[in-house]
Design a protein around this ligand. Structure first.
Ligand SMILES: O=P(O)(O)OC[C@H]1O[C@H](O)[C@H](O)[C@@H](O)[C@@H]1O
Length: 633
């Protein structure tokens, strides 16, 4: 269980504590078979995801089959329904699935998962998913695949997921341990071509959490879609709690499938075709040493089913074993994972290190010199590759990216669109720009989520690494000096980069409203000239001053609407840096990101905000400003 450095052959790796489910599994591959062989066109209804619907109250007594039961619309019923609504986290469902978190009760229960899955199945039936001639359903039955990460709660919640889908009349295909991008790809790969897919994961969150990500052939569901599903599920939940509409039917029939193998082959084929090695077509990675750090999540397959099969030496790779408790170091992309990978790369004299998050929708790399390439650096590296293929393309990132990145992209002829935080926001913006005729090939968040137009606008950490590996091999074939990091040697980085959090105090149900008020006050203060020296970036959250393109059909969900970036100029009119302020996607807090090109610049900006905005506006009555105070002092 402990974090290991292993080169054990895949067949001896374990654990696979699954299938305590009472579910009928059909098919020959064992639940663990992924390990031996192992593993979003976001056409956005996005704008439709609508601010007005944010956390709307539970409709009572309305539609939805057995749901006609909630007649009196009592506060208790609403509160029960809110249990489900609160599980929505942007386009995902996230919750506490196991005891063990101080002050947090389990809320992602099997019943919650079952009603959400059933509601997803019903929602699917109303979707116009694809042209009739290519429908994969027989007699109107929706085919839905399900994957999961190794979290301990996965087996029990998986059974509930299967039951909910089956109750909605879906045919269920169990991919077992899988990655989030592979779940989406199971709707695209010809051998599978499912109508939809659900991945059970809470990504980088602790092992006590779990969650759901939803896909159709069109890509990941939007926040608005998930809100609709959770609304329906909330009504079912209330009814079930009242003992109505449930009942134990036959156990669901679930087909076991091995889509990870097909997905891995798909990635191998891309590398082979794009490298087109003159002498080793089938083993273009021969002679390369690559370290993979899978953080005990689902990314180990990339080692044995992609890299090794293409001839790479992956000796010294880290944390390949899936482990439902994610032993330390935590499976997050940033510091511990990057520094451990760096040490392994340098120790082995490897050409590249690869770090995946738990469900492999995010990645980072380490080059042969040990330089960590994540955040802005990873975006710069990908921009350099993509701008080589698509001169002049626009790159969308979240507005936490640095000004050096903008200059880097513009120096290569590209355009940089700075947009809202949240990977779906970034990706959806790229989809929208393309639809508006603005060629946009790369959409990346500073968190390591990256999507390419050429790959269904899917944020796939493994696909990102595939692109980087192709570039690395091409550089060697062309006899170019230097490691992959040499492609970004002119990226200017800020002198300082700081993230501070301010908890929103008081009752949880008012947190969003209070957070919005606090963030909007910052905006108003600048507009009302109460904050001298601060200049808002013109598009609110979206910095248009650096070559961005004006929004045409922007319609944020409520929590995203209050998200601003502003520059700060000192008394001599020199820009010290910028601040980006917004509500957290996950927790009741406000995130303040700051960057400065001047040492001490972030402290000066924080001091200014503390004295002239936080302490004078009265928002310190309901926002905990202690982190800012501590930083300033
Ligand atoms: O709002 P925060 O707590 O800082 O989290 C922000 C992050 O939330 C989620 O994890 C999303 O997947 C990311 O796209 C986003 O960057």
């Amino acid at each position: 269980m402990a974090a290991t450095t292993t080169t054990t052959s895949p067949a001896t790796l374990q654990p696979c504590k699954n299938n305590a489910t009472g579910v009928v599994l059909i098919g020959r591959s064992s639940p663990c078979s992924w390990r031996k062989t192992l593993l979003r066109h976001h056409v956005v209804k996005a704008a439709a995801s609508s601010s007005s619907r944010w956390r709307k109250a539970a409709p009572t007594g309305a539609g939805g089959g057995e749901l006609k039961t909630s007649t009196s619309g009592t506060a208790r019923e609403e509160a029960a329904g809110d249990v489900i609504r609160r599980l929505q986290n942007g386009p995902d469902v996230r919750g506490v699935a196991l005891e063990g978190e101080k002050g947090r009760a389990v809320d992602l229960t099997p019943l919650a998962v079952e009603v959400i899955a059933e509601s997803f199945g019903e929602w699917l039936r109303d979707q116009d998913l694809q042209p009739l001639e290519s429908r994969t359903t027989d007699g109107g039955e929706m085919r839905v695949s399900v994957g999961r990460d190794p979290r301990l709660s996965g087996a029990a919640l998986g059974a509930a997921l299967f039951a909910g889908l089956a109750r909605a009349g879906c045919a269920v295909f169990d991919m077992g341990l899988a990655t989030t991008p592979a779940c989406f790809m199971s709707t695209k790969l010809p051998r599978f071509s499912y109508d939809a897919s659900i991945m059970m994961t809470a990504s980088h969150l602790p092992y006590t959490r779990n969650g759901l990500k939803f896909f159709t052939k069109r890509g990941g569901l939007t926040s608005g879609d998930v809100e609709d599903i959770c609304d329906l599920a909330a009504r079912k939940y209330v009814a079930r709690k009242m003992g109505l509409g449930g009942g134990r039917g036959m156990p669901p029939v679930v087909m076991r499938v091995n889509a990870m193998t097909a997905y891995a082959q798909h990635l191998r084929d891309i590398i082979k075709e794009r490298v087109a090695h003159p002498t080793h077509y089938d083993t273009p990675l021969k002679g390369f040493k690559v370290i993979v750090n899978a953080g005990n999540g689902c990314g180990g397959f990339f080692t044995w089913d992609v890299l090794e099969k293409l001839g790479a030496d992956t000796t010294g790779s880290l944390h390949l074993e899936p482990d439902g408790e994610f032993p330390p170091p935590p499976p997050r992309g940033p510091p511990p994972a990057m520094s451990l990978t760096r040490a392994a790369v340098l120790g082995r004299g490897a050409d590249l290190g690869v770090v995946f998050d738990t469900d492999v929708d995010r990645s980072g790399v380490v080059d042969a010199t040990g330089a960590a390439i994540n955040g802005d650096r990873l975006i710069a590296l990908m921009s350099s590759v993509v701008l080589g293929e698509h001169p002049g393309t626009t790159v969308v990132t979240d507005a936490r990216a640095g000004e050096g990145l903008t200059r880097f992209i513009e120096a290569r002829g590209g355009r940089h669109c700075l947009y809202r935080v949240g990977y779906r926001n970034v990706i959806d913006k790229g989809v929208q720009l393309n639809a508006d005729g603005v060629e946009t090939h790369l959409m990346m968040e500073t968190t390591g989520h990256g999507a390419l137009k050429e790959n269904y606008f899917l944020d796939d950490g493994a696909y990102m690494v595939v692109k980087i590996i192709i570039e690395m091999v091409r550089m060697r074939l062309q006899g170019l000096e230097g490691s992959i990091g040499s492609l970004i040697k002119d990226l200017e980085e800020p002198a300082e980069s700081v993230l501070l959090r301010m908890n929103i105090l008081g009752e949880a149900k008012y947190a969003k409203q209070r957070g919005a008020q606090a963030v909007q006050t910052f905006y108003n203060y600048i507009q009302e000239r109460k904050l001298n020296g601060w200049v808002l970036d013109d598009c609110g959250d979206c910095s248009v001053s650096q070559g961005c393109l004006v929004d045409t059909n922007d319609n944020p969900i409520a929590v995203d609407a209050y998200m601003y970036r502003a520059k700060f100029f000192d008394d001599y009119n020199r820009q010290l840096g910028w601040v980006h302020i917004r509500q957290s996607v996950h927790n009741p807090n406000i995130a303040i990101n700051m960057q400065s090109s001047v040492p001490g610049g972030c402290k000066s900006m924080a001091k200014n905000l503390l004295e002239r905005y936080l302490l004078t506006s009265g928002i310190n009555d309901f926002v905990d400003i202690s982190q800012v105070q501590k930083f300033v002092n």
